[in-house]
Write a protein of this length. Structure first.
Length: 218
């Protein structure tokens, strides 16, 4: 395996990327086309829920995947990263990357507040690259009293460096799926699910701490 493959360095951005960037990801993470991302996630998750005998969760998962497809199209996401398999099962996380353009006559602070929809926003100190970060919780609708699919979604908006009064940025979205009160075969018991989610979100922070802009080739 090459060093580039091992580190998942991004050297040639898709045409919609505002400028080249580079990330370092943990071993085993892989870059996949956004066109197949939803199908890959759905196939693995639906198989697990069917094995657990939970048709209600299968329906919720299909609804979540439908929302993901819509979000990918709306955001014009051009890169996606998936974690490795653990005992044959994928870790329930995904990182996507999309361009973002600040509206004219709107400050960065106002644009970020609007995008975060009142979620608390901070500027993390774990990286030398300027970025805004916030986290939102979302939940699929389920039957009353039944477990539901939940996600914690951490957003990072990174403005392009080296441009006077730039309006361009990259929007990284790190999504972690969680099960509320459900234990699946060969997986941690439900009480551990929140801890697993937080560990995965910390992984997102570690990945974004390595984000660097790359000077375009002349």
């Amino acid at each position: 395996m090459s060093l580039r493959d091992e580190l998942l360095g991004v050297e040639k951005p898709a045409p919609t990327a505002p400028t080249p960037y580079r990330l370092l990801c943990p071993a085993g993470w892989r870059r996949v086309p956004t066109s197949v991302l939803a199908d890959e996630m759905a196939e693995a998750a639906v198989a697990r829920f069917k094995e657990a005998g939970r048709p209600d969760l299968v329906l919720q998962m299909r609804g979540m995947i439908s929302q993901l497809r819509s979000a990918l199209r709306a955001s014009r996401a051009f890169d996606a990263y998936l974690p490795p398999l653990i005992r044959g099962n994928p870790l329930p996380a995904v990182l996507t990357v999309a361009p973002f353009v600040r509206p004219a006559e709107v400050s960065w602070d106002a644009a970020i507040r609007r995008l975060a929809r009142n979620a608390p926003v901070d500027m993390p100190e774990f990286t030398e690259t300027t970025m805004w970060r916030w986290t939102r919780d979302e939940q699929m609708d389920g039957e009353p009293g039944e477990p539901a699919l939940r996600t914690r979604v951490r957003h990072y908006v990174v403005p392009v460096e080296g441009e006077a009064d730039t309006r361009r940025a990259l929007h990284f979205v790190f999504t972690v799926m969680n099960l509320d009160g459900v234990s699946l075969p060969d997986e941690p018991a439900a009480p551990d699910a929140a801890a697993v989610t937080e560990v995965l979100l910390e992984t997102g922070d570690v990945i974004l701490s390595t984000m660097r802009w790359v000077a375009p080739k002349p």
